[in-house]
Design a binder for this molecule. Structure first.
Ligand SMILES: C[S@@+](CC[C@H](N)C(=O)[O-])C[C@H]1O[C@@H](n2cnc3c(N)ncnc32)[C@H](O)[C@@H]1O
Length: 376
């Protein structure tokens, strides 16, 4: 696996976060290289104000920090860590690193974007760019050619402006927009919808997982959440919009609940949803984090988890495994981990390996999902 990005006689050492011993995946892709090569041909003056959106692990931030004033915005806590580590490792000049829920910079000369997977987030970002920077700014975006559909380009045309694409290079394509869109309305970042059967309303920022309808796994596990006075400290690991936190807090008002997600927008939405549903915030914390990094051992009674199977563009089960290992560490001796997953993912075997076969029990199942409980 390559860790050196070499271009135009410059070299950067780049690692993903967290740094794994047997890492198979590179910290940048050909899209980053295509964007850098194209940008360098434009010969923009040194000191140009560059806004970088959705940089995965800092390849773009490191590269452009050398000559320009860089602001990077990312929704991912993991990307933030990767970007910080790689900037430090390569002794780069400081950049302005912001979360997706921070203010955007006042003025920029050019926006460079890794196109996000989620079209609602793409739409919102393009709307922000077009409304804030329409004069004297250009936008160059990049993605795998197979991910740039005609529907993607329609979103660019509508919300950013006149759009063209480059030839494909190493299976990637650049997208250029003139930021002259006739669409002048500010898109509401929140999408709001009811969960009638639980008398809840959910409101989600644009990059939140399952932000327009309830995840099917969440729908199933909601029916099996319990009230128990022994639950004093609960973690909702990978909280998304916080729907499980809401229900757990209603069932266990005595408990402290920590809602954790690696998406800054998820953590903010979870917080927002408690208030929206008039659920007391006392004892609740909302934390952007990588799994349970930095949490105390033997500190929790219940960890609830509907694990992800993607990280950035990669499909992977290493996050679920990390979440289960971390949960075991932070649970008290009497603590429980409750997990929901698709049947085919084999979480039962993973949990049995970690907790012992006799400490894993099936709580419920349907045609698609299993709910498992593991005790220490
Ligand atoms: C399947 S969703 C579950 C969301 C919500 N709990 C539900 O049930 O609808 C998984 C969540 O895990 C989050 N996630 C992914 N990687 C993570 C990590 N390393 N640490 C914490 N959260 C992570 C994702 O952002 C996503 O919100």
């Amino acid at each position: 696996m390559k860790t050196e990005l070499n271009l135009f006689e410059h070299s950067y050492s780049l690692f993903r976060f967290p740094k794994l011993n047997n890492e198979q995946l590179q910290a940048w892709d050909a899209g980053d290289e295509y964007l850098i090569q194209h940008f360098e041909e434009l010969k923009l003056p040194a000191g140009s104000r560059i806004l970088i959106l959705n940089d995965s692990f800092g390849a773009l931030s490191c590269w452009f920090s050398e000559q320009h004033q860089v602001t990077t915005i990312s929704d991912s806590f993991i990307s933030h860590q990767g970007i910080k580590h790689n900037l430090a490792l390569n002794h780069c000049k400081p950049i302005d690193l912001r979360t997706s829920t921070d203010e955007w910079p006042q003025q920029v000369d050019i926006v460079l974007m890794q196109i996000p997977r989620n079209n609602r987030y793409l739409t919102w970002q393009l709307n922000q760019i077009a409304l804030k920077y329409r004069d004297n700014c250009s936008l160059i975006a990049v993605n795998k050619a197979k991910e740039i559909h005609s529907s993607t380009l329609k979103i660019f045309e509508k919300y950013a402006g006149h759009t063209t694409t480059s030839l494909a290079w190493k299976k990637h394509r650049l997208v250029f927009s003139e930021l002259n869109s006739a669409y002048q309305e500010t898109i509401d970042p929140y999408t709001t919808w009811p969960v009638a059967e639980h008398k809840l309303v959910l409101s989600n920022l644009p990059n939140v997982y399952s932000g327009e309808s309830l995840d099917l796994g969440a729908r199933f596990i909601l029916e099996h959440l319990k009230s128990n006075t022994k639950y004093q400290d609960i973690v909702d690991l990978g909280c998304g919009n916080g729907v499980l936190t809401l229900k757990l807090k209603q069932l266990n008002p005595q408990a402290n609940i920590t809602a954790i997600d690696e998406s800054f927008m998820a953590v903010k939405s979870a917080h927002h949803n408690l208030t929206l549903n008039n659920i007391a915030l006392d004892g609740c914390e909302f934390v952007a984090n990588n799994c349970l990094d930095g949490f105390l051992e033997n500190s929790q009674d219940l960890v609830i988890c509907n694990p992800p199977f993607h990280q950035q563009q990669a499909v992977t089960d290493h996050i679920a495994w990390q979440m289960f290992c971390d949960a075991k560490q932070v649970l008290r001796d009497t603590g429980e981990l409750m997990v929901i997953g698709n049947r085919h993912l084999g979480y039962d075997k993973k949990l049995a390996r970690l907790f012992g076969k006799h400490n894993v029990k099936l709580v419920a199942s349907n045609a698609k999902f299993v709910i498992l409980q593991a005790t220490k």
